[in-house]
Design a protein around this ligand. Structure first.
Ligand code: 5GP
Ligand code: MN
Length: 341
């Protein structure tokens, strides 16, 4: 973040503001962690800040400090709308196109508030007056930490904020293993532990929350896995019927897509998950090396994300979606077979 932008944020925050913080639809650990941490920070500085999420998020994130104050746009629509209408400043976190805010999109598009974007995804849009976008960052949580530091307030990081920020860095880096993890990421994590982040508890609360039905659903997903050796690719499908059979709860399929990448020689893994209620197939894509799933998701599945982790959707049937996927793979055959793990 350059000096001009830091100065602009400082000026915006120089008097008490009514602020709403919005993460992306289907918020993950980074989206929720960064939103809650920023909310604590802003309220601590005398502003009136609230987090409004487009829709619900998984149970394994509901222990996070500040969780009880979060407004769900779907479930608490009138209160959430009121907050948005009152706001003169809106921070959008962990996404960079207003369409990623789901049902909140029209309200955000029509809002007169000043927007500040903090995000690490590729190809940012230009809706915000202040854009803090950096694709080299491990997580939006790391960027919120940076922002607080740039504003000279590192000492204002409370144990609650430290726990929120640590959670998002941990989930977005696959527990500090993805290539976006730098020595600075580790230094920040160390500082957060010094400031009260309980790293062992956070790990347990996020990852050791399996239920028998989730493990059975994982079994089903792995059984459904198709290996396309010639393309160094695997894909998994989960139909709505299968999700129902194993009592699917939000968040249950988190991480399933990564299993394919643990196979020797596999560089591209995809999971297709049917959502009958929304009438879509939600798609998660992961890669290793130089194969850009951001570009693949953007071009073929109306999505986007990062080089090695992206998402998208399809509004045709599962069968047709998989068939479209197989067809689009042809275009990448040479590229995919040349990838070395
Ligand atoms: P996941 O597969 O875990 O849902 O998401 C992987 C990454 O892609 C995350 O950074 C997420 O924000 C992004 N992402 C997921 N779905 C979409 C989508 O539909 N559109 C865009 N632009 N990004 C997505
Ligand atoms: Mn993120």
């Amino acid at each position: 973040m350059n000096f001009e932008k830091i100065k602009a944020v400082r000026e915006l925050l120089s008097s008490p503001q009514k602020i709403v913080i919005v993460p992306h639809k289907n918020p993950d650990g980074d989206a929720i962690g960064s939103s809650l941490a920023l909310c604590f920070y802003l309220n601590g500085k005398g502003h009136s800040a609230a987090v409004v999420v487009p829709n619900d998020f998984p149970k394994f994130l509901k222990w996070l400090p500040g969780n009880d104050e979060v407004l769900n746009f779907e479930k608490q629509n009138s209160r959430a709308k009121e907050k948005l209408e009152e706001a003169n400043l809106i921070f959008t976190l962990d996404f960079n196109h207003l369409g990623r805010s789901g049902q909140m999109t029209p309200l955000l598009e029509g809002s007169k508030a000043i927007f500040v974007m903090i995000d690490h995804h590729q190809e940012p849009g230009d809706y915000a007056q202040i854009t803090y976008s950096d694709v080299n960052m491990s997580s939006t949580c790391e960027m919120v930490y940076n922002l607080i530091e740039y504003l000279g307030d590192r000492d204002a990081i409370t144990p609650e904020m430290a726990n929120c920020i640590y959670t998002g860095i941990m989930t977005d880096t696959g527990s500090f293993k993805y290539s976006s993890t730098t020595s600075r990421t580790h230094r920040i994590a160390a500082d957060l532990i010094d400031k009260g982040a309980d790293n062992t508890s956070i790990h347990n609360l996020v990852f050791d929350t399996n239920t028998p039905s989730r493990l059975h659903l994982l079994g089903c997903a792995l059984k459904n896995m198709v290996i396309l050796e010639d393309y160094q690719t695997v894909y998994i499908t989960l139909s709505q019927e299968e999700l129902n059979l194993y009592g699917y709860q939000k968040g249950d399929t988190e991480g399933f897509v990564n299993y394919g990448l643990t196979l020797d020689g596999i560089c591209f893994a995809v999971i297709f998950i049917e959502n009958k209620e929304e009438g879509i197939i939600k798609i998660s894509l992961r890669s290793e090396g130089n194969f850009s799933v951001n570009e693949f998701a953007r071009k073929h599945f109306n999505g986007g994300g990062h080089m090695n982790a992206a998402g998208g959707k399809s509004d045709v049937s599962m069968e047709q979606t998989v068939s479209n996927f197989l067809e689009s793979l042809e275009e990448y055959k040479t590229e995919l077979t040349q990838l070395v793990r």
